[in-house]
Write a protein that binds this ligand. Structure first.
Ligand code: ASP
Length: 396
């Protein structure tokens, strides 16, 4: 359990132990955990402040309600009381409920609020911090900004083929990139297909199955595994994954709702080949903030698989100089993205794709790509060309 803890959550737990010792207690109870949390500069405390509660005031309330003990222990481990164990279990449940792959101070705070009949829960309730209020604020906060970061993932094994579009005007499904897919996948593979960007899962799977069969690969669609556990096992058993295009919001929502994001991410970070086209390319990046799609549904977060440390805009479209259309051009929309974020965005025109092999990234296909970086003029890259420098991007 503790391996999921963020550094700040670990700090809260170590401060809880110190608080217990200072109060002369031989055990760690929820009140010690809350006291520790109030001294940890993390999402938990930020959320409290956003709700108008000053950590110091809460600290005074908790200390006032906690009788002092007589223990002189100053070293070694202290056992958790049964309610403290329940807080940890509830915190883990809350982390899963948010589809987070880490346990942060925000989840500990929810665990404390959920474990009724304790001094900590009483203090939170007195400050009007109900479970629902806290969950809502936390969702607002970590829904848009990734929560407390765990360590930066090691992406040195990532193998990904990120295709702008599945079909070229006048061509067949995956026809323009068939040779690259063949080369990328190598010998016969069992490919797991993710059809959730489109509503007709059966129809979409049949189309993808035919295209991969023509390339000599066997394809099974994840939607045929109804139970979550079976779907997760299918991810573990696959040799490669292919995520097809469609609506990016719907795709990411389903990946979250079906608890598939983490298992896929974990396997891809360990080297399982990933193929994405269009929406499937969007979800391989840091977030889906640079998709062209409409938010027809609301995913838990915009945070995506994060297999590469930058954004992609698929189907990138140049402005038409003769157009009388007054809406923003794609370039203007991407400039607006850079008014809010500093992450580079690679505009992949129809017909091009990016192949990532560990620390190398190569632009392939028949059309140039356009790179947008905050505060810089956009740059053009013609395939084949090396774009490995993008893998060094720092996120913002
Ligand atoms: N709707 C696109 C797709 O074909 C994704 C996008 O344009 O962002 O998957």
């Amino acid at each position: 359990m503790f391996d999921r803890f963020t550094d700040r959550a670990k700090k809260t737990m170590s401060l809880a132990r110190q608080e217990a010792m200072q109060l002369g207690h031989e055990y760690i109870a929820p009140e010690h955990m809350l006291l520790g949390l109030l001294f940890t500069d993390g999402v938990g405390v930020t959320v409290l402040r956003n709700l108008g509660v000053e950590p110091d005031a809460l600290r005074v309330a908790v200390l006032g309600a906690t009788p002092k003990g007589a223990s002189q222990i100053t070293m070694g481990q202290l056992p958790f009381t049964p309610p403290a164990k329940r807080v940890l279990e509830s915190a883990l449940e809350e982390s899963r409920r948010f589809h987070h792959d880490y346990l942060g101070t925000e989840h500990l705070l929810l665990g404390l609020a959920r474990t009724e009949g304790t001094i900590a829960a009483q203090a939170l309730a007195t400050a009007q911090l109900t479970l629902e209020t806290l969950r809502e604020k936390i969702l607002e906060f970590v829904g848009d900004v990734p929560g407390e970061p765990t360590q930066a993932p090691d992406s040195s094994k990532v193998r990904a083929l990120l295709i702008s579009n599945s079909t070229m005007h006048g061509g067949g499904y995956l026809e323009h990139c068939a040779a690259t897919i063949r080369d990328f996948l190598g010998a016969k593979k069992n490919v797991l297909f993710v059809p959730y960007a489109l509503a007709d899962h059966d129809g979409y799977a049949a189309k993808a199955r035919a295209a991969f069969a023509a390339l000599g690969h066997q394809l099974v669609s994840v939607h045929t595994f109804q139970q979550r556990a079976m779907a997760a096992m299918a991810v573990s058993a696959a040799d490669a994954v292919f995520i097809g295009g469609g609506n990016t919001f719907r795709l990411l929502k389903d990946l979250y709702d079906r608890s598939l994001l983490e298992p896929i991410r974990r396997r891809c970070l360990a080297g399982m080949p990933y193929i994405g086209s269009s929406a499937g390319t969007n979800v391989a990046t840091l977030s889906i903030r640079t998709t062209n799609d409409m938010p027809i549904v609301q995913p838990t977060s915009f945070q995506a698989l994060q297999l590469v440390p930058f954004q992609i805009n698929p189907h990138y479209l140049d402005p038409d100089p003769s157009s009388k259309h007054m809406g923003e051009t794609r370039e203007e929309r991407l400039r607006q993205f850079h008014e809010e974020h500093a992450t580079p965005v690679l505009g992949l025109r129809e017909g091009c794709m990016l192949r990532v092999e560990g620390t190398r990234a190569e632009l392939l296909g028949t059309t140039p790509a356009r790179l947008f970086q905050r505060g810089q003029e956009p740059r053009e890259f013609t395939p084949p060309c090396d774009l490995s420098f993008l893998l060094q991007s720092t996120t913002a």
